[in-house]
Unconditional design. Structure first.
Lengths: 509, 116
């Protein structure tokens, strides 16, 4: 037994020592154990061994192997030389453990590769917050004012009569409602939406104390009546509005005793969506007071937004010519053309000589329809109607093709998509797919199509209502809720490689 | 990697050299001899013993003289070690160095009466 223990202790020594003296050391131990019988001698023996171990182990490791010393003593010429330090082959256990650790390390690295990391994602979503509001930002930080700013700009750009509404509200202050545009493609939670609509510059004037306001029957009735009134007046489909009204009135007994605003808002939203299936139709509750007037963006906020965009090269992340003269454009949003027109023109000019073109929209969180039209113009030799479910057709719904000097109108186009391809980016995908102008490669897109206009009901309630739905020239449904289906379905990470292969094959023909 | 030093001579190595002065011994024999000549004060453990033997062999102060049995300890074959002339010379010079020290100590009168 004790011999076994000592054998095990001997394994702590370096292998060269074990090999040379292991057997002798065990022999010595056996001799001593045989000679020194009894309790006290045995204790002394083990004490000696432990002291000996403590002293000699470090020394053995420090002074190392005689072979190494001999090897290093030889004069080393310019030629390389190899020395075997361990004469003993590695033990099976060591090989097994080494293999296991290598596999774990390799697996870890591959996992890390496929997850680009939180930092990058945060940075990306932050920049998207600056440029458009379709992402789901947390309602904090300076991004809020940008988001609201953008919402206004978007409405202005899409021709919504924001100013007219403001004037109407100002002239009729007794009206408990006031309107503000709701960002396009909203699907985020009510709290976030409300927060997005509050520019920071106005925050100090808003009572942000989060008091828990209990609902009473009177307020519930007021909210319900206003919701019904708004639906009838503003929803683009009167038939659906009527059905939703019936649904709301039919469940009146459910509302009794609902004391929390958020619960009540969810209840109403659920009922309306039951019949409308429209994700942009919703009732929103805000714990903090909603501003009485819609807020106009301050010039500083606009300047910051503009500066931010310019710093990020208008989210044109990469313009490159890939092998086989395939042009590549990674675009992370469709920014406001009034700010980014030059950048967009420069990017398209850089790709003008390409034989095929790949648009990478895998991280594109959306943006402004005019930019969609601006870029798409390069892909046609005649004006083409780009369907946008958000707004009624305007002059900007037609591409301004042909673009002078442009050579891309007849080149193959590939669009890379992912589940993070949202809103305006989906419009780009949808229209190019329907016009058979591009091959979509990647994953099905997010599925965020419609836009709602924001209506204030009272201090804590508001609602979003889509007001228009233009005729879809391609099919009965757009991509709302379902996303745009790619032509070639591959994982988003593999999309670029796949598209490159497709382009190469096509060009070879 | 630093080279193992025998200069100054560690006391364990000196004791091993002294133990081998009379006869060839195997490891256990050396250990017993050392314990005997130090009145059981120094009991060399296997680690210290064989690492000392290793360095003494490397410096050719002792040598291996092959395997044989020790009748007193049974059938097992043991490796015996022998002092080389270089080892003897080193042991002598070490003893002289200690004798010098002893002389100094005597002059300084740090001994108790009976040793003077």
């Amino acid at each position: 037994m004790s011999d076994k223990v000592y054998s095990w202790l001997l394994r702590l020594y370096p292998s060269h020592f074990r090999q040379a003296y292991g057997e002798e050391a065990r022999q010595l131990f056996r001799d001593r154990a045989r000679a020194e019988k009894g309790f006290l001698p045995a204790v002394r023996l083990w004490l000696d061994l432990l002291v000996d171990l403590a002293i000699s182990l470090p020394r053995e490791y420090r002074y190392g192997q005689p072979q190494v010393q001999a090897a290093t003593r030889q004069p080393v010429e310019a030629s390389p030389s190899f020395h075997v330090l361990e004469v003993e082959p590695p033990r099976f256990g060591a090989l097994f453990l080494g293999g296991l650790f290598s596999l774990v390390a390799l697996y870890g690295i591959s996992v890390l590769f496929s997850h680009p990391g939180e930092y990058r994602r945060d940075a990306a979503s932050f920049s998207q917050r600056q440029t458009q509001v379709d992402t789901r930002p947390s309602p904090s930080g300076p991004a809020v004012s940008h988001a609201a700013t953008t919402a206004y700009k978007r409405m202005a750009a899409s021709g919504q009569p924001v100013d007219a509404r403001l004037r109407a509200d100002a002239s009729n202050p007794s009206d408990s409602q006031s309107k503000a545009p709701l960002p396009v493609g909203q699907t985020s939670s009510p709290q976030e939406q409300v927060s997005q609509l509050m520019p920071q510059s106005a925050n100090h004037s808003i009572n942000r104390v989060a008091e828990e306001v209990k609902l009473d029957a009177a307020e519930r009735q007021l909210v319900l009546n206003t919701v019904i009134k708004n639906l009838k007046e503003h929803y683009f489909d009167p038939e659906v509005a009527r059905k939703a009204t019936n649904e709301l009135l039919g469940h009146q007994h459910d509302y009794d005793g609902v004391m929390e605003g958020a619960t009540f808002a969810r209840l109403l939203t659920g009922l309306i969506r039951e019949v409308s299936h429209d994700r942009h139709l919703e009732v929103v509750y805000s714990q903090s007071r909603l501003p009485a007037q819609p807020l106009t963006p301050t010039p500083e906020a606009l300047a910051r937004y503009q500066q931010r965009l310019q710093q990020e090269n208008c989210t044109f992340e990469k313009v490159a010519i890939l092998p086989h003269n395939v042009g590549y454009l990674k675009l992370n949003s469709f920014p406001e053309p009034s700010i980014c027109r030059q950048t967009a023109m420069a990017a398209m000019a850089a790709l003008n000589q390409a034989k095929a073109i790949i648009f990478d929209l895998r991280d594109n969180g959306g943006g402004f329809a005019p930019m969609v039209s601006f870029i798409a113009a390069y892909l046609f030799d005649h004006p083409e109607y780009l369907y946008d479910p958000r707004v009624s057709p305007t002059q900007q719904s037609w591409t301004r093709s042909p673009v002078p000097g442009n050579k891309l109108a007849d080149k193959p186009v590939y669009v890379l998509t992912s589940t993070s391809t949202v809103s305006a980016a989906e419009q780009f995908c949808y229209d190019l797919k329907m016009l058979k102008r591009a091959t979509l490669v990647g994953e099905r897109t997010r599925g965020s199509a419609h836009a709602g206009i924001w209506y204030r009901i009272d201090d804590h309630f508001g609602m979003g209502i889509p007001e228009t739905r233009p005729v879809n020239p391609f099919s009965k449904t757009d991509w709302e809720g379902t996303g745009v289906e790619p032509d070639v379905k591959v994982k988003a990470v593999d999309a670029l490689v796949t598209a490159e292969k497709l382009a190469e094959r096509k060009l070879r023909r | 990697m630093p080279k193992r030093k025998l200069d100054p001579l560690p006391s364990a190595a000196f004791q091993i050299l002294l133990a081998l002065a009379d006869e060839d011994l195997h490891g256990y024999g050396i250990m017993r001899q050392v314990a005997e000549q130090t009145c059981n004060r120094m009991r060399l453990g296997p680690g210290t013993l064989y690492s000392s033997i290793q360095s003494l062999l490397a410096e050719k102060l002792i040598e291996e003289v092959g395997l044989r049995e020790d009748e007193k300890l049974g059938q097992e074959r043991r490796r015996y070690y022998r002092l080389t002339s270089a080892g003897r010379k080193l042991a002598r010079s070490e003893a002289e160095r200690l004798a010098d020290l002893l002389r100094v100590a005597r002059v300084k009168k740090i001994f108790r009466g009976e040793y003077v």
